[in-house]
Design a protein around this ligand. Structure first.
Ligand code: C2G
Length: 129
């Protein structure tokens, strides 16, 4: 049983998020997704549009996802990898190199982001409507 974990806000869920989660399911058997809480996001300087509970429900309904947990701190990744017997940590390459410290515990993979879509762009487009 190969377990993959990833972390993210998944605000205004879009094809970039779906492409990432699909790739994770193709890589392993169990996909664990840590969804950033609203409070944690404020710490990232990100104001989420869609509240945490709704973002959890949306991610939980994605066929590629097996388990959703809260992301509440930067530090939890190390203990999550142990707690969920994670084989692979994967995230988009906008984070390239940032989580290499996990290489002592599991494989670390940075996946190419989907081009021409981001929550930031979606918010900007909405403002122009
Ligand atoms: N993503 C992608 N392509 C896009 C947009 C996003 O592949 N066009 C990926 C990101 O690289 C990330 C995931 O989708 O792996 C979730 O993106 P965000 O919700 O923007 O995640 P972020 O706020 O960067 O949170 O501890 C890590 C952080 O919680 C990551």
């Amino acid at each position: 049983m190969k377990t993959i974990i990833t972390y993210g806000t998944f605000d205004m869920f879009h094809i970039g998020h779906l492409n990432l989660l699909r790739q994770l399911k193709e890589m392993g058997d169990k996909v664990v997704v840590a969804v950033s809480t609203d409070e944690f996001n404020l710490g990232k300087g990100k104001k989420t549009l869609i509240p945490y509970e709704q973002r959890v429900q949306i991610v939980e309904s994605i066929q590629y996802v097996d388990l959703v947990i809260p992301e509440e701190s930067w530090e939890q990744k190390t203990s999550d990898v142990e707690k969920y017997n994670v084989d692979v940590f994967a995230i988009g390459d906008d984070w390239e190199g940032k989580f290499d410290f996990l290489k002592d515990q599991c494989e670390v993979i940075y996946l190419a982001r989907t081009k021409n879509i981001s929550t930031t762009d979606l918010k900007r487009s909405l403002k122009r409507l």
